[in-house]
Structures are given as structure tokens and as C-alpha cells.
Design a protein around this ligand. Structure first.
Ligand code: BGC
Length: 750
């Protein structure tokens, strides 16, 4: 209700006060329209988001301004405000200002689907995880990924997403690797920007996180990451920069960790110098949940909004403004950024309308995206695809593959329909860090492909029984899993629970053994030489089993490529051992006062990125380390050949070459371009600078052209503090994987 109506309704019995009402009401009320009505000047959608935001800010009281700067609490993480009752059930709720027609912001986590649908009695599609999405290298698929999430957010009443994880995989044992987009900044940045474009096109506020360098979960609220400027600008920050520039995403979530001494959410270099000044980011910065540690310092550094509560950005902020510790202009800028983001993304002009999530469409999209993200890692003796007409017996082994497939945990967790598939019906609640299995059964999906064959299951817990079943079968398919989640890191990249031994035993019993991996981070494979085939399925989402079966039986020809290197062992990582926090840098689980200690700032411990620019494949290449499967690698059921590279350069470099499908099946090849910079750049051996996905029928060849963005050939020179293309010779390598690049051409750039 607007103020005009409210006053008239409350005062109506006292007719004598009517004149007083008219005197009290401001000018717009006398025109017959309240500030929150469609005729308020900022509701004019032909004005720019900035003009509209500025008009609202002028009308706001200090209390109203402060009310936009924080959330309303979260049990266990901060005190709850009674206003939180109006939350839509998501991770964040910011009260609106009805008087001015500004709606509440209802935020939900939405990494691979909308979170908390179980406890809210709703339904959400689980897509393949974000790393899987990156494995498609497919910009259209990434857009569709975001669009589906955006639609389901709106259907559930949310107008802001908290997805968009794009921290580079410097530390692949990070328990959130599945929420991010791999180890290359250009691939990760471009893919996340498409996800954000897809989301924001549905009129929800998008968000990229966790800015920046939150690369391990162990001690995440305390760790101080030490890194030099050039290394961060050219790798970790570049992923964010590309993501932001190419999507106009409206929000950035700053991370828990410290970076070069200051918490990310009060780090002037990160928030103001780089994000707001250099990148010209117009949206708002919100803190990760409990990532705020101060009022004046954070505000001056560029933090616009505190989540989940108001430890710093509520009353304390108001007092700081009144006492002059925080200039009002600074608060106005925070508020302006939040409002302009709401106008720019359309959440004010086109608010969400609750409706029924399109379950069927969700299944279709989830399956299609999973099929595009499954990587064929090994196919000895053309074991795959399986020929349904020839198989009489199949052994399906391990990883609860009789009932479901695994998903990634933490705040990314999507709730499976009917509850956790490995629990009795209705008992499998998705509590924090429970291992959640989606009811997508590989056993059933395989049986459906070969109705005449005997397809038997063994849980894989007793190795001899699994091997005995495998021995009797034409083919043994072992499902192997590595669970991970926010709030923990992997001890190592080895498969847990002696699954390596299980696979080795089964492979001993049956030479036709295929391994299907369900994992969030790379895994090591001591059995790689013993098995015939390996499929990387990631956490494949709600239709994972059907997607896996489509690839196993050849309905889908795999096209995905690894967005992350699979090293041979943990010893080959830049940091063979993950740095763990000392006790004083952590809080005990169950400590009800933990939020106070975190707010104050737990004592720092140090992680130093001595590897600098050498992230992921750049490390293995520079250190000349052999790897298990390189970045950019992935097989197909057909073969491709690359030839006739031509290079022209003017304003940008343009490469053209022939790509032919030399096999017998239709397929899609991701052709990758890497650049070797001049020696004076002192860069790692090569970097990804472009790619394209080309569909080819058997025997077909195409002339492929890829234009290289000069930015991707640049180095970040810290002295002028700018990107620069250094003069010298640039060599371009083209092929189907970072370690298989048959074409080469060079050019001198001035
Ligand atoms: C996570 C964020 C998440 C937030 C809200 C935090 O613990 O780090 O990624 O968006 O919680 O659930």
C-alpha cells in the first residue's frame, strides 16, 4: 500500500483531518499518484538504470538506504531479524521499500540448479555441475544452462541468483572445484559470462563469485593468500574480468579469504582499484555469508552490501554515517549500485511470478547438457560404443549405480525429487554435506538399452564378488565416485574407499572393463592401463544415467574436452600438500558464538602462490611434467584431421584451417588454439586463446576461421598497470587438445 492510501485509510474516520492530510502529503501525492505507483518518475523505463536509481536515492531516508545494505540474518551465521519471515526461503532476503515501489531482493543459491527446493516444498532441475558445463566448451549450452536456472528461480519467486562460481582451479583438491569452471581464465570467463547472460535475460540479478582467490575451503575464513599482481591479473582475476565484461552481470560476491593482507570484502585493490575503477563495474558487491568484517574500512574499500545479516551494515553503518566516519556519499553510491542493478536486470519492471517449474523441459535440458559434457577419456580397442545387438551379459558395479548418481554438496546442493536415492523413500533429506544421490539409475538406463541381455548389479563392496560377476560378463562397467562439497577439501585426488583396488580387481577379471567416473575434481588412476574405457561423467545432474547410457551405446558421440588437467599424482601439483589452517584459525562445529569470532576476523595463516602464472596446464607444461590426461583433451567415436593453417594479422590475428571428420560417425570437434608469446614476455609455454566447436558428418571437412582477441595475447604489465601486447614473434598452435596441436604458424606483432 502506498503512503497516500495508507494515510487516507487510517484517517478516514476523522473527517476533520482531511485538510491536514492534504497539507502533509508531498507534491506527488497531490497529483494523485504515490511514489511507489507506476507513475513515479523512476518507473519510466525509457530512462537509463542510472537515471532511475538516482531519482530513487533522492527520495530515500537514511534508514531506507541502510535497509538496502544488508540481509535479514541467517540462523547460526548471524542474528535473525523478525523481517526475515518474509523471506522466500532462499539464502538471502533484503527488505524492499514499498513506499517507493522497490521490491525485496530474494536471493537463492543456484550453482547447478536452484537450492532449497526440498525444504520449501518446491522442485528444481539439477543440471550437470559447473565444471561439467565448462567441459562442453559450448557457449550456447552455457547460455541455456543459465536460462534454465533463471526461469526456475523466477518460477520459485526469486529475483537474484547466487551462482556464477568462477574461481580458477589453482588447488584442484578444493571441495568446490565442481562449482567452478576449470583452470583456464579464458574458458572459465567466457563460459561463466554466458551462464550469467542466460540468467539475466530471464530478469533475475546474476552474481559472479567468489571474488577472489578463494581456492581452498580449509580455513577459508582466515587464510591469507599471497600472490603477485601480474599472476592474479592474468589468471584468477582475468576469469572474473572476462565474465563481467561479456555479461554485464549485476552483482559480484566477494570471498571469505584474505588477499595480500586484507580480507577480500575489505580489499581496496580488489573491490575499488580493479573491479570498480579499472573494469568499470557498475553493479554491486555483496559479501559472502559472513565475509564482512568492518564498517568504515569495508565501505571505503568498495563493499556495497553485507550478507547474511547486519552485524556491520545495519545500525553500525547508520551511526557511522551520522558520526561522519562513513561519508553519506559513499552510502549513496552503495545504494545507487543496488538500485541500478535492479532496474538494469528488469526485476523492478518485470518481477518474478510464481509458477510451476517446467519439470519436463528441465529433464530435457539437463540430459542434453550432460550429453555435451561427458568426456571420453579412454577407448582401447574401440570398446565403445557398446553394440546392443551383440551383448548378452553386462556387469554393472559400484557407486550405488543400481539407484542413482552423485551430486556435489554445500550451498550448491540441489534437492533430488523424492529425496536421496540411496535412502528409503522420504527419509533422504538433503542436510548440509550429506552425500546426495539423484534417482537416475545407470542400471535401469543400461537395461533399457539391452532388454534381451542379462544386466546384473554388484555393489562393489566385496571385491571378489564384483570380480566374479565381471568374469561372467561380456562387459563390466564400474561406476566410481569422488564426493566433494563446500566446507571441505579432498585429502588427495585418489578415489576414496579403495575404489582403485575394486577397479583393478574387476579389470583383472574382465579385459572389457569400462569405468564411469562421478566426481567433482580430477582423480588419479593407477589402473588406467588396465581398463578398456573411461568416461568422465562429472556430477551429471538429474538425467545423468540416461546421458551416460546415450554415450555408452553411441546415440551420442562424445564431444566434450577436459577444462582441467588430470595429473598423475598429488606430488605433481604446484602444492603437493594442501596447507591446513592451525586450530586458532578455525571454529568448532556446534559453536554458537562462531559467527562473532568470524566477524572479528580469525587469525590469519599463509598460503603463497609461488607458482604465480603457472595455473593448471601452464604449470605442467612449464615444469615439463607428464600428465594423466591434459587440459583440452577428450576423445570421440570418430576421428578428425587438421590441415592447411593460414594466419592473417591486422588489428587482430585470424587463423583459418581445414578440419575433416575422417571417421564413420557424425561428430562435433572442439578445435583449440594456443599461443606461444615472445620470450620477452616470460610467460608459461602456451595459453589458450580461442576455440570453436565444429559439427561434421562422416567424410565432411570445413574451412574453420577463428579470430583471436588481442587481449588474450596480452600480458598484464604491472609498471604501467595495464594490458600490453609485447612486440615480437607469436606462434599459434591448433589442434584437439593442449598436448596434441598438429598445426603451427607464427607472426611478428609490433
Ligand atoms: C557460500 C556462498 C553461498 C552463501 C549463501 C556461503 O557459505 O560460500 O557461495 O552463496 O553461503 O548460501
Amino acid at each position: 500500500m502506498n503512503l497516500h492510501k495508507y494515510l487516507l485509510r487510517t484517517l478516514r474516520p476523522a473527517a476533520g483531518l482531511a485538510t491536514l492530510v492534504i497539507i502533509l502529503l508531498p507534491a506527488y501525492a497531490q497529483r494523485g499518484s504515490g511514489p511507489g505507483t507506476p507513475s513515479a518518475p523512476w518507473m519510466n523505463s525509457s530512462l537509463s538504470p542510472d537515471e532511475r536509481a538516482a531519482l530513487v536515492v533522492k527520495e530515500m531516508t537514511l534508514d531506507e538506504k541502510v535497509s538496502l545494505l544488508h540481509g535479514t540474518g541467517m540462523a547460526g551465521l548471524s542474528p535473525m531479524s523478525p523481517l526475515a519471515e518474509k523471506s522466500n526461503g532462499g539464502a538471502g532476503y533484503v527488505v524492499g521499500i514499498p513506499r517507493l515501489g522497490i521490491p525485496a531482493i530474494q536471493m537463492s543459491d543456484a550453482a547447478y540448479g536452484v537450492r532449497s527446493s526440498g525444504e520449501n516444498g518446491r522442485y528444481s532441475t539439477a543440471l550437470p555441475d559447473d565444471l561439467a558445463a565448462a567441459a562442453s566448451w559450448d557457449l550456447d549450452a552455457a547460455y541455456e544452462y543459465g536460462a534454465l536456472i533463471g526461469r526456475e528461480l523466477r518460477a520459485q519467486g526469486y529475483n537474484m541468483s547466487l551462482g556464477g562460481g568462477v574461481n580458477l582451479a589453482r588447488e584442484p583438491r578444493n571441495g568446490r572445484t565442481f562449482e567452478y569452471m576449470g583452470e583456464d581464465p579464458v574458458l572459465a570467463g567466457k563460459m561463466v559470462s554466458q551462464v550469467m547472460r542466460g540468467e539475466q535475460a530471464q530478469h533475475v540479478i546474476g552474481d559472479i563469485k567468489h571474488y577472489a582467490l578463494n581456492d581452498q575451503e580449509s580455513g577459508r575464513n582466515a587464510v591469507n593468500v599471497n600472490i603477485d599482481k601480474r599472476a592474479m591479473r592474468e589468471s584468477d582475476l582475468l576469469a572474473f574480468e572476462i565474465g563481467l565484461r561479456e555479461s554485464n552481470v549485476a552483482a559480484v560476491m566477494c570471498s571469505y579469504n584474505r588477499m595480500n593482507g586484507d580480507f577480500a570484502c575489505e580489499n581496496k585493490y580488489l573491490l575499488t582499484d580493479v573491479l570498480k575503477n579499472d573494469w568499470n563495474f557498475k553493479g554491486f558487491v555483496l559479501s559472502d555469508w559472513q565475509g564482512t568484517h568492518s564498517v568504515a574500512k569495508a565501505s571505503a574499500a568498495g563493499l556495497d552490501h553485507e550478507e547474511p545479516g547486519e552485524i556491520f551494515y545495519g545500525d553500525a553503518m547508520k551511526k557511522a554515517v551520522e558520526s561522519g566516519t562513513v561519508p553519506l556519499a559513499e552510502v549513496d553510491d552503495h545504494v545507487h549500485r543496488i538500485l541500478r542493478s535492479m532496474f538494469a536486470t528488469g526485476v523492478i519492471d518485470d518481477p518474478p511470478r510464481k509458477s510451476v517449474v517446467d519439470v519436463v523441459r528441465g529433464f530435457e535440458v539437463a540430459q542434453k547438457l550432460a550429453e555435451q559434457s561427458i568426456v571420453l577419456l579412454k577407448n582401447g580397442g574401440a570398446q565403445l560404443p557398446l553394440d546392443a545387438s551383440k551383448l548378452r551379459t553386462i556387469a554393472v558395479i559400484g557407486a550405488h549405480s543400481d539407484v542413482g548418481m552423485l551430486s556435489g554438496g554445500g550451498s550448491a546442493q540441489v534437492d533430488p525429487p523424492g529425496g536421496n536415492a540411496i535412502m528409503p523413500p522420504d527419509e533422504g533429506r538433503t542436510t548440509w554435506q550429506a552425500h546426495i544421490w539423484f534417482p537416475t539409475s545407470p542400471l535401469k538406463a543400461i537395461r533399457a538399452r539391452v532388454p534381451a541381455a542379462k544386466v546384473e548389479y554388484d555393489p562393489g563392496t566385496d571385491f571378489s564378488s564384483a570380480a566374479a560377476l565381471a568374469k561372467t560378463a561380456d562387459v563390466a562397467i564400474v561406476f566410481a565416485e569422488q564426493w566433494e562439497s563446500e566446507g571441505m577439501d579432498l585429502e588427495s585426488l585418489s578415489l576414496p574407499d579403495r575404489q582403485d583396488d575394486l577397479i583393478a580387481k574387476v579389470a583383472d577379471a574382465n579385459p572389457h572393463t569400462i569405468v564411469v567416473l562421478e566426481n567433482g575434481s580430477p582423480v588419479t588412476m593407477p589402473w588406467v592401463g588396465q581398463v578398456a574405457g573411461i568416461l568422465e561423467a562429472w556430477y551429471p545432474g538429474t538425467r545423468g544415467a540416461d546421458a551416460v547410457a546415450s554415450v555408452l551405446f553411441g546415440d551420442v558421440n562424445p564431444s566434450a574436452k577436459l577444462p582441467i588437467t588430470f595429473p598423475k599424482s598429488d606430488a605433481d601439483l604446484p602444492h603437493p600438500t594442501l596447507v591446513k589452517p592451525p586450530k586458532e584459525s578455525t571454529t568448532e562445529s556446534g559453536d554458537t558464538e562462531a559467527w562473532k569470532k568470524i566477524a572479528k576476523g580469525l587469525p590469519a595463516f599463509q598460503v603463497t602462490y609461488v607458482e604465480g602464472l603457472k595455473v593448471g596446464y601452464k604449470w605442467y607444461n612449464a615444469e615439463r611434467k607428464d600428465v594423466l590426461f591434459p587440459f583440452g583433451y577428450g576423445l570421440s567415436y570418430t576421428t578428425y584431421s587438421y590441415s592447411s593453417l593460414k594466419l592473417t594479422s591486422g588489428k587482430s590475428v585470424r587463423l583459418s584451417f581445414y578440419l575433416a571428420n575422417t571417421g564413420t560417425r557424425a561428430g562435433a570437434e572442439i578445435a583449440e588454439v594456443y599461443a606461444v608469446l615472445p620470450a620477452s614476455a616470460a610467460e608459461p609455454p602456451k595459453r589458450l586463446v580461442g576455440w570453436t566447436k565444429v559439427k561434421l558428418d562422416p567424410g565432411e571437412s570445413k574451412d574453420v576461421t577463428i579470430e583471436i582477441d588481442p587481449w588474450y595475447l596480452s600480458i598484464f604489465n604491472v609498471d604501467p598497470d595495464a594490458w600490453q601486447v609485447l612486440p615480437g614473434q607469436y606462434t599459434f598452435l591448433v589442434g584437439g587438445s593442449s598436448r596434441s596441436l598438429p598445426l603451427k604458424a607464427s607472426v611478428d606483432l609490433k
